[in-house]
Design a binder for this molecule. Structure first.
Ligand SMILES: [Zn+2]
Length: 439
């Protein structure tokens, strides 16, 4: 029975490969040459002038200087007036979130007023928006009550049904009772929650197993939830999972060869995240010197998300207003500490928390404004993020063997990192998605 099934599956796979192979077979051989005025390859080296990028099928075949021979009948894309870079990577997004503007009902509206089809349509829009802006890869850190929708949107992109970036999805995310929205409703009501809530190591491990079974590329855990300012004016955040609960999740996830991203603002929850062996700290608004040292020792990735903490502030001198201002203030300090300690910082925006109509690349200005060099900021959104995603050499670089995810801007991002907010050319997987520079 088993053998028969295996044979049947093998046959099916063969048929599928043949069917799929028909059109792309010719395409795979097609060579396109991109003429780059300047090339920033994503690995931190300075821009190289007048380069030729040879793309065969969906991969970069070679990169050469402008004297290299271009075979006759080769399609040439002229970006000689532009700066060419690898496709950008946003390591913290929510394609299923449609903003959290309190004036528009805040977070809760996402779940209470939108059915799954509307949410899927919005996620489709978000993916297109990301790609248009040159973000060819997203690590999407939970669907906020939309189940395994991220993995299905990813399938739709991979089968060519809709345009969009490469997606590394975290599916439902994990928190504890009292550790996630929706909250504040009558206790008699059984409200839906934006994350999978667990209590105890057994439930924690089971949730990780369920999410991994259904295709999660990463597991996302909320290690802190509510935050407020105490009498001394210090930011405090409520811890959620215990160390034992987190360790169960991390142990299970690592066994599957996958990684764990921990949302953690500060304090006890952040400490448990580090002691529990999480792979990336998300937001990390306030990190002590000892915690910075622990992150360096453990090789923990740091994904700050600066931009969203500057929007939607509650009025000054209200509890919410104080908290909002404290969050932004401590985040700046932590970012600078992380920079000085050479932590592995990756670019993240929490898009979705901010409306998808906003610029993703605005985060570059925030990072550079706090002392990061433009080239370091670019690395955080290219090769360094690729490394975190276990995709080193495959994405986040313009180099032989990598997927042909390539973008271009006019101007020099080293002089003005703001030019990254105007991506004019996007190629993903060897196919041109957008070209405003065509002559
Ligand atoms: Zn987030």
């Amino acid at each position: 029975m088993k053998k028969k099934m295996i044979r049947a599956i093998a046959l099916l796979a063969l048929v599928a490969a043949t069917v799929r192979g028909q059109a792309p077979a010719a395409k795979a051989e097609r060579v396109t040459v991109i003429r780059a005025g300047a090339l920033i390859d994503g690995t931190g080296g300075g821009p190289r002038k007048n380069q030729l990028i040879f793309v065969r099928g969906n991969r970069i075949e070679k990169v050469a200087d402008a004297t290299a021979q271009i075979p006759p009948d080769t399609a040439v894309i002229d970006l000689s007036s532009a700066t060419v870079l690898p496709g950008l990577i946003d390591s913290h997004t929510h394609i299923f979130l449609w903003g959290e503007d309190p004036a528009k009902g805040g977070y809760d509206e996402n779940i209470l007023k939108a059915g799954i089809a509307l949410r899927a349509a919005r996620a489709t829009f978000a993916c297109r928006r990301a790609l248009e802006q040159g973000f060819t890869t997203l690590r999407d850190l939970e669907t906020e009550g939309a189940g395994y929708g991220d993995i299905e949107i990813k399938e739709a992109i991979e089968e060519g049904t809709i345009p969009g970036p490469r997606i590394f999805g975290a599916t439902r995310a994990i928190s504890t009772t009292g550790g996630y929205n929706l909250e504040g409703y009558a206790p008699e009501l059984d409200m839906p929650k934006g994350a999978q809530l667990v209590d105890g190591p057994v439930e924690a491990r089971k949730a990780a197993r369920q999410q991994l079974e259904h295709g999660a590329d990463w597991i996302k855990v909320y290690m802190t939830h509510r935050s407020w300012v105490d009498k001394e004016g210090k930011l405090v955040s409520q811890p959620t999972l215990t160390l034992e609960e987190l360790k169960a999740v991390v142990d299970e996830t690592h066994g599957w060869g996958k990684k764990v991203a921990c949302h953690a603002y500060n304090g006890i929850g952040l400490q448990r995240a580090l002691d529990g062996g999480c792979d990336s700290i998300e937001h990390g608004l306030e990190i002590t010197d000892a915690q910075i040292a622990q992150m360096a020792r453990q090789g923990t990735w740091y994904c700050p998300t600066i931009s969203p903490y500057y929007g939607d502030w509650a009025p000054e001198n209200t509890p919410g207003g104080k908290r909002d201002r404290a969050r932004a203030a401590v985040h700046e300090v932590s970012f600078k500490k992380a920079l000085n300690a050479h932590l592995k910082i990756v670019f993240g925006t929490d898009m979705g928390g901010m409306p998808w109509t906003e610029s993703i690349a605005q985060e570059f200005k925030r990072m550079v404004g706090l002392g990061m060099t433009p080239m370091d900021a670019i690395e955080s959104a290219t090769s360094r993020a690729a490394d975190m995603l276990d995709m080193k050499g495959e994405i986040g670089v313009v180099a032989p063997g990598a997927f042909a995810d390539i973008v271009a801007v006019t101007g020099d991002p080293q002089k003005d990192v703001g030019v990254l907010e105007q991506v004019r050319f996007v190629m993903k997987d060897g196919a041109v998605f957008k070209n405003e520079l065509a002559k």
